[in-house]
Design a protein around this ligand. Structure first.
Ligand code: URA
Length: 428
């Protein structure tokens, strides 16, 4: 087959800061998916985009081309509307686990296609795989059945969904081109639009533990994604939320499942409960149910009931004990004061080094590895009090984990003013 364009011309266009046309973008994404454009050419193009950016039309075209590279799902046959949430990823971000059953408890179906962790941010599927028997892969037919009853599913996307993004994301990961707003926005939204959800809430993390370290960039990412979603007919809103500190008190796969179950039982850390309810409120509002009493469904066991049924529908045993790491190490306060600093990135990297995350896609993760934080940010602490428990199956990892954790917190003399909320802004 004669090709309509030449990859070298397209790379040169972007290298020279010119606009790519719709036809050029459609061709390069399709040709790369077919294997006609080589990895090194797509890597060069990604770097040119990283350095020189894309305008709104190019971003829409890039997103559409990636979406059209594979199948589009359709939930119109379901008896209820759908709503989904996507987080840009952070440390201790287990919100999907309690959120999906909470929203489903109000008769809104939640098709939560999730990923695995890479680097210091954990992956939802890795967390759930710590539940004995739980499975991540389902046919589209079985997925539809589970979305009818119990009404939510957290699973891996089928291989047919936005295959171009899969290839490009793997390439970006090894060529330092991940943290680029046009590429992140198009990557996330191509998958979410192809997934076919009727509405979508984006949780865009801001701070040391997130892709976006400052609020201006987070705002730009969020508004780009909200516009892409709404233009494609998916009702979309975004919350910007704080990721300068870890979310909750438990970081690591099985540890985060345990904390999610605390939230589903009506307890758990204040920040995790607050964000779960806020995101549920946005999802339910988009789904036409703005006035329901969300907190009540956590407190009276309705969300827990849906959680247990979802875990069973996915082959897991919600009542089985969760795996525990073979070794632990505690870190104590060396003086009286306040836990006045607690850096999300330091804690995330430490948990990853303990075995909770992976360095390469094919690496296994340890289900029980991670960190428990015993004192909340800003709380008074006493000399000798345990601040952290580190968990790992491989005790030789403790030293490298401590190298990351120790500079990431401080016991201060004066109290710090506590932020009122983890929610920084809403973008609609
Ligand atoms: N998550 C994605 O799916 N894609 C990105 O580019 C970044 C985060």
């Amino acid at each position: 087959m004669t090709e309509r364009f030449d990859a070298v011309d397209i790379i040169r266009t972007k290298r020279d800061r010119e606009r790519l046309t719709t036809e050029q973008i459609n061709w390069v994404i399709d040709a790369y998916t077919r294997g006609v454009v080589a990895d090194e050419q797509m890597a060069a193009l990604n770097m040119a985009i990283f350095l020189n950016g894309m305008d709104r039309t190019e971003i829409v075209d890039w997103t559409t081309a990636m979406m059209n590279s594979g199948e589009r799902m359709n939930f119109d046959a379901l008896s209820r509307t759908t709503s989904d949430k996507h987080s840009t990823g952070g440390v201790g971000d287990k919100i999907t686990l309690p959120l999906a059953p909470l929203v489903a408890a109000f008769d809104v179906a939640v098709p939560q296609l999730s990923g695995r962790g890479l680097g210091h941010t954990g992956g939802t599927l890795d967390k759930l795989e710590s539940i004995p028997g739980w499975q991540a892969n389902f046919s589209n037919e079985r997925m539809m059945e589970i979305l009818e009853d119990p009404g939510c599913i957290i699973c891996a996307p089928g291989t047919g969904l936005a295959p171009a993004d899969k290839k490009i994301y793997a390439l970006r990961d090894i060529t330092a081109t991940v943290d680029c707003i046009p590429l992140i926005a198009s990557s996330i939204m191509s998958k979410k639009i192809a997934e076919g959800t009727a509405s979508l809430v984006l949780d865009v993390k801001v701070g040391s533990g997130a892709f976006m370290k400052d609020i201006q960039n987070a705002r730009e990412l969020a508004s780009t994604m909200v516009e892409l979603g709404n233009d494609a007919g998916v009702r979309t809103v975004a919350l910007l939320t704080d990721m300068s500190r870890p979310l909750g008190r438990k970081i690591g796969n099985a540890l985060e499942v345990a904390e999610s179950v605390e939230i589903l039982a009506g307890g758990g850390p204040r920040d995790v409960r607050e964000l779960t309810i806020a995101l549920a409120r946005e999802m339910l509002t988009l789904a036409g149910k703005p006035d329901v009493d969300i907190a009540a469904a956590l407190d009276d066991g309705r969300a827990m009931d849906v959680w247990k049924r979802m875990i069973r529908a996915q082959g897991g045993d919600p009542d089985a004990p969760l795996p525990k790491a073979k070794h632990t190490l505690t870190v104590e306060a060396d003086r009286d004061g306040y836990l006045g600093e607690l850096d999300a990135l330091a804690v995330g990297v430490a948990s990853w080094r303990l075995g909770a995350g992976r360095a390469r896609k094919e690496d296994p993760v340890q289900a029980g590895a991670g960190i428990e934080i015993h004192a909340g940010f800003g709380e008074p602490v006493q000399r000798g009090q345990t601040l952290f428990t580190l968990h790992s199956d491989t005790p030789e990892r403790f030293e490298r984990a401590l190298e990351s954790l120790m500079p990431g917190f401080a016991v201060t003399n004066t109290p710090v003013s506590l932020p009122e909320s983890v929610i920084l802004e809403r973008i609609a």
